[in-house]
Design a protein around this ligand. Sequence first.
Ligand code: KG4
Length: 337
Amino acid sequence: MIILGIESSCDDTSAAVIRDGVLLSNVTASQAVHEAYGGVVPELASRAHQQNIVPVVDQALKKAGVEREELSAIAFTRGPGLMGSLLVGVSFAKGLAASLDIPMIEVNHLQGHVLAHFVREEGDDHTPPPFPFLCLLVSGGNSQIILVRAYNDMEIIGKTIDDAAGEAIDKCSKVMGMGYPGGPIIDRLARQGNPKAFQFARPQIPDYDYSFSGLKTSFLYNLREWVAGDPDFVEKNKADLAASLEHTIVDILMKKLRKAAKDLRIKHVAVAGGVSANTGLREAFHDHARRFGWTVYIPKFGYTTDNAAMIAMAGCFKYKDKEFCSMDKPAYSRVEI
Ligand code: KG4
């Protein structure tokens, strides 16, 4: 079983090859073009995908040492994501599958992030989480707690009612005049700052849901006031601001996750999505493992942001169950897990 995975939901064009459950290649072309705009520009993203898709797939096959004709199926991200971006990957997958006369497997991008925990490289001895487990999915577009009962049975038990955690980090970074994406910048600065230096608003939301828009507004209003009193405020305090922001967000995320794990009596807890690269969040997971006896699953850095390895992995699961899709499946920009 050799599966080619294709991912193009946002601003990363990625292709990966998995043979019998083992990852042979995972090639990603990221798009620096958006940095100047402080966020992803959809039209530019789809144009860049069009330029990247052929060389990226070609490289993934070459790196894997696999000929096109050897592929068993093509797994592709059908959604959610930016429509123009998705269309490039979906159309390419359809064309290639038709020309090779092999089945296509549609993958929900969010399920792909969760299944990144099952990606295995040659010689890897990591153990994937056993079902059921909880997965905190945190990215630029999502903040969700997912109860994962099986590879194809996932339930969102909590989600943000407004902004995602990554979005809040990116926006706070922007108002401080720092670059895009803000996540890695805040992470780096936070390591040198005091996480208790500043207090920001924390949401009072019931159940397992999140909210980050109040925190973002509180950050913005406080900052305006401080900068009015001292124009060099950000420069003088950037490490403390970053550390306090990160600390607040990690605290909010872990509090609801703790509640869900306790209520559902689940001790296998995973984290996925772009924000799972965050050092403070990773430390919090290890700390919870020590304090609450959790077994935690933290993805390798390469599988935190968008990648095709996770799509190919989802494809492997579905291939075994012969869960193929027909050529008439359109891309979808919005869909739940
Ligand atoms: O999953 P992802 O690559 O893409 C989408 O959301 O589509 O996540 C991107 C998000 C951005 O908000 C970025 O700032 C954040 O992940 N991020 C981080 C870190 N690295 C990326 N946030 C905090 N700390 C990081 N080290």
